[in-house]
Design a protein around this ligand. Structure first.
Ligand code: 5GP
Ligand code: MG
Length: 183
């Protein structure tokens, strides 16, 4: 059997490793200015945010904690379904400064729902940090407090983002060759 290089499936690279590194560095600087004295709880949204979270926290040189939630959507690609929290944080967030970390802001429904959830649980503050944003896709009014890069309305993979659970381990963000999305 021949070895298949994953990157060969990518038709176009939208965000290079260097661009990601620069964006993460800039976000880390902004977060350091705002959170260095707050011992925040960073809450990543599984599974897509795991790579971004890992890179981001290693650029933050102040006390913080990390936890993860998982959200799944019932519905198909065309009809937006109900969102359900399938994994919750381990500790009480009341009084904590919560920063929700996600890979990409699309319709805005996931981060709007999570922000609302942690506010109701009486977190001291709730903000959101997103590496990528597809502003043209928004279905609810929502903007991230900390944002890396805007990208066009295309389905992207890599740097944590999947297609059918694959491609998360690509170190850059790209669009697959069209025939791969069809099969
Ligand atoms: P929202 O609730 O903002 O529509 O959904 C955000 C979630 O949808 C992201 O956390 C991500 O899991 C998924 N998503 C949105 N756009 C893309 C994309 O282009 N590629 C991949 N792989 N996932 C996406
Ligand atoms: Mg996600």
């Amino acid at each position: 059997m021949s070895r298949r290089a994953l990157a060969e499936d990518v038709g176009e690279v939208l965000v290079t490793e260097q661009q990601i590194e620069a964006a993460v560095g800039s976000l880390a600087q902004q977060l350091t200015a705002d959170y260095a004295d707050k011992s925040p709880l960073l809450v990543g949204v599984l599974t897509g945010a795991f790579v971004f979270m890992a890179d981001l926290v290693r650029r933050l040189d102040f006390p913080l904690e990390v936890d993860f939630v998982a959200v799944s959507s019932y519905g198909d690609a065309t009809v937006a379904g109900e969102l359900e929290l399938t994994r919750d944080v381990s500790d009480n967030v009341a009084g904590r400064h919560v920063l929700i970390v996600d890979d990409i802001l699309d319709t805005g429904r996931t981060l709007a729902m999570l922000t609302d959830l942690f506010r109701r649980r009486e977190a001291a503050s709730v903000r959101t940090c997103c590496l990528l944003d597809k502003p043209s896709r928004r279905a609810v009014e929502f903007e991230a407090d900390y944002l890396g890069l805007e990208i066009p309305d295309q389905f992207v993979v890599g740097y944590g983002l999947d297609f059918a659970q694959g491609y998360r381990n690509l170190p850059f963000v790209g669009v697959l060759r069209p025939e791969l999305y069809e099969s």
